[in-house]
Design a protein around this ligand. Structure first.
Ligand SMILES: [Zn+2]
Length: 121
């Protein structure tokens, strides 16, 4: 990947990191900070019934994402960013634009999802 492109993704990741850290801070302070988009993925929690468990779940998810961002930033530094961890090919830039923390190319990702589906049954 070109240097300029890498720098572009680094900025994207840093911006995302900052957003997540601020959010986690707010959650820690107990400010209920949940936007409508997030209440949508929770099946039966009405907006006014947001409980601690729900906040914890969001925090957990944000922490995981934060780890992924850290890993991606490390990869930019050591020159392995944008390379699929499974097959070693380059991950499509469009995919990285949509999901800068992606570590698998589309075909490997699809394969993984297939496997996960099978394992659930
Ligand atoms: Zn791959």
């Amino acid at each position: 990947m070109k240097k300029e492109k890498l720098e572009y993704f680094r900025q994207l990741l840093l911006k995302e990191k900052k957003r997540i850290i601020e959010k986690i801070e707010k959650l820690k302070k107990g400010d209920i900070y949940v936007d409508k988009d997030e209440t949508k993925d929770v099946v039966d929690a009405a907006a006014d019934e947001i409980d601690k468990a729900f906040i914890m779940r969001i925090r957990d998810r944000e922490m995981k994402l934060l780890n992924k961002i850290e890993e991606s930033l490390k990869k930019i530094d050591n020159g392995t960013y944008g390379i699929c961890e499974e097959c070693g090919c380059e991950i499509e830039e469009k995919r990285l634009e949509a999901r800068p923390v992606a570590t698998l190319c589309i075909s490997c990702k699809e394969e993984q999802e297939e496997l996960e589906k099978k394992n659930k049954h």
